[in-house]
Each structure stands twice: as C-alpha cells, then as structure tokens.
Design a protein around this ligand. Structure first.
Ligand code: FDA
Length: 303
C-alpha cells in the first residue's frame, strides 16, 4: 500500500470521517460505484446482467468483525438466503465470505459451525464458496477453518495474499485440499514484520506465487488483480496450462479490461459486494487508489 493509501486508511478509521461518509447521501453515492446495492435483490439484478454479458459472479454480503452472537448467526442466515437465491434464479455465481463476519476472532467455534452449515447447503445446491482473507492476525485461524470444512465438503476456495511472507508456505499447505485458490495482492495495512510493503516486492511475490499456482494440477487458480503486468504474465503462463483458471476482478473497477478479457475468451468472475455495511470495503478501495477520493469530492458538490 502506498504512503498516501496508508494515510487514507488512517483518516477513514477516524469516527468523524466515518460519520461523514455514512450519515450523508454523498458517502453512499461514492460507495455505490463499487457496491451493487444495499439489498440482495439489487445484487441479484446486477448478477443477472453480468451473467448475460458472459461474466461469472461472486456475491459478497458485506460485513466483518462481528462480535455479537446474534449478528454472527444473522450473517450466516443472510448467506443462506443468498445461496437459495443463486439457485432459484439459476445464476452463474458463488459467494465470498469473511469469517470474522461469522464470528471468527470472537467465537471461532461458532464461525466454524456456520461455515460448515453454509458449505453443506452450498454442496446440496451444487454451489461453491470462497473465503476472503482478512488481516494477518486472522490468517492462521482462517486457514485452519478452511481446511477443516474443505476436507468435509470439497466445495470451498480460499484467498491468499501475495504481500504476506508466509503465503508460499500456506499455498503448499492448502494445495492438496484442491478447491479454488484466489491469488490477490492484499488489501490491508500490515506491518513489515509480516508483509512486504513496497509495491515492487509485492508484485515479485505475486508473480512467484502465480507461477506456482498456474502450474498446479487439480485446483482452480483464480487470479484476482486489475494490474496489467500481472495479467500479461497470467496469459503467458496460461499457454502451457492444460486445466482451467479464471480471472477475478472487483465490481466497478476497470470494467473495460474485464470486457476485453471476456471477449478474448478468458473466464472472468466479477466480485459483487452488496449490503449496508459498505464502509470498511469502501475505505479499502479508496486506500488502494487515493485518486478515488475525487469521486467523493465530486459527490460532495453534487456532480
Ligand atoms: P494495483 O493496486 O496495482 O492496481 C492495478 C490497477 O488497477 C490500478 O493502476 C488501477 O487502474 C486499478 N485499480 C486497482 N484498485 C483500484 C481501486 N480501488 N479503484 C480503482 N481502480 C483500481 N484483498 C484481500 O486482502 N483479501 C481478499 O480476500 C481479497 N479479495 C479480492 C477479490 C478480488 C476479486 C479482487 C480483484 C481483489 C481482492 N482483494 C482482496 C484486493 C486485492 O488484494 C488488492 O488490494 C486490489 O485488487 C488492488 O490490487 P491490484 O492487484 O488490482 O493491483
């Protein structure tokens, strides 16, 4: 993350800034560039449109760091509802979940149970689930919960962050469980005791992991980046890959690139977030590209 990105992270964590974004309409207007809507019905509508254009989708019901049992169970139920809608509407989609939304970090056992419930229902419906990777404090537990449920249901995938020093070892550890592995750079502001902080180092790590992933058999590499150089390398490595892989990109980011890849014949899955807990997601999108703050300033003056 750039120095400016870290500054954005710092300021957006302040209560007054959060209030400014979340209490007034312009904050929501900026968020909706990156979020399908606050309701499941809006996300379903966006998914239907993206499917018609040839994209696959991963639906993320926004929320994280839940520290209340009832809210954690409600998050599980919201995801069950999302799975039912995907099946009923015959959408080409799966779901992406954050384990802290299911209570991980507050009650790991509860999160594990909810993940098992979701994986079981998804398996009944012939659907898959990807687990997002969150702050480095949660990596080990996330991998443990993923591994336990993946052994049982075999319909999970996991995001791995190239900026963490540990990720090459984690990839070796989870690869035998198959599933789909989403490789991304990493979106949190981590200390240099656990992560590379310089963009060139993160890119080098990404490329090394990408090379390993694209050679791996019996798992689906999901290459989650909007970075031209990483995409060029993926295409090159794909020439000698016999098994499938997919690109993944975020809703509202580099739409023309998404269309280009799809029309070139690549599988492209769009990550579509929805729900009213959009603030932390928005702050990460602003920190990745502080130029996005212009959207905020324009929304502030009503443009
Ligand atoms: P990079 O940041 O270098 O951006 C390359 C180019 O993409 C930029 O020059 C710009 O044009 C465009 N771009 C990137 N971000 C933008 C933004 N916010 N707004 C506008 N343009 C932007 N992270 C994580 O820690 N855990 C996770 O589980 C996931 N999951 C995930 C799923 C999917 C499908 C994607 C695409 C990404 C994630 N991420 C994530 C986020 C990821 O770690 C990373 O922070 C962002 O993808 C930005 O990195 P890029 O690889 O796009 O490169």
């Amino acid at each position: 993350m750039s120095l400016l990105g870290r500054l954005v992270m710092f300021f957006t964590r302040l209560g007054a800034v959060r209030a400014l974004f979340t209490r007034f309409r312009f904050g929501r207007r900026v968020a909706m560039r990156f979020v399908a809507g606050e309701q499941l019905a809006e996300a379903v509508e966006v998914t239907r449109r993206l499917n018609a254009q040839g994209f696959q989708v991963s639906l993320d019901h926004l929320g994280e760091h839940v520290t209340d049992r009832d809210l954690a169970l409600r998050a599980r139920d919201d995801y069950l509802e999302c799975l039912e809608s995907i099946a009923a509407e015959q959408l080409d989609a799966n779901i992406s979940i954050k384990l802290t939304q299911l209570g991980m970090g507050f009650d790991d056992h509860l999160a594990a149970e909810s993940l098992m419930t979701l994986a079981a229902r998804a398996a009944d419906l012939d659907l898959t689930i990807t687990i997002d990777m969150e702050e480095a404090d949660h990596t080990e537990t996330t991998i443990n919960l993923y591994s336990g449920v993946q052994r049982e249901h075999r319909n999970l995938g996991l995001a791995l962050q190239a900026y963490l020093y540990r990720t090459a070892d984690d990839l070796a550890r989870i690869a035998p469980l198959r599933g789909h592995i989403r490789l991304c750079k990493g979106a949190y502001d981590e200390p240099d005791s656990v992560a590379w902080r310089h963009p060139a180092e993160v890119d080098a790590s990404f490329d090394q992991l990408l090379d390993e992933l694209m050679r791996a058999e019996n798992l689906l590499p999901a290459i989650a980046t909007h970075d031209d150089d990483r995409i060029i390398l993926t295409k090159r490595l794909a020439e000698s890959r016999r098994e499938p892989f997919e690109f993944q990109m975020l809703y509202g980011i580099r739409g023309r690139l998404q269309e280009q890849l799809r029309s070139d014949g690549y599988n492209v899955r769009v990550y579509v977030p929805y729900g009213d807990s959009w603030y932390p997601y928005l702050t990460r999108r602003l920190a990745e590209r502080p130029a996005n703050l212009w959207f905020f300033l324009r929304a502030l003056v009503g443009k």
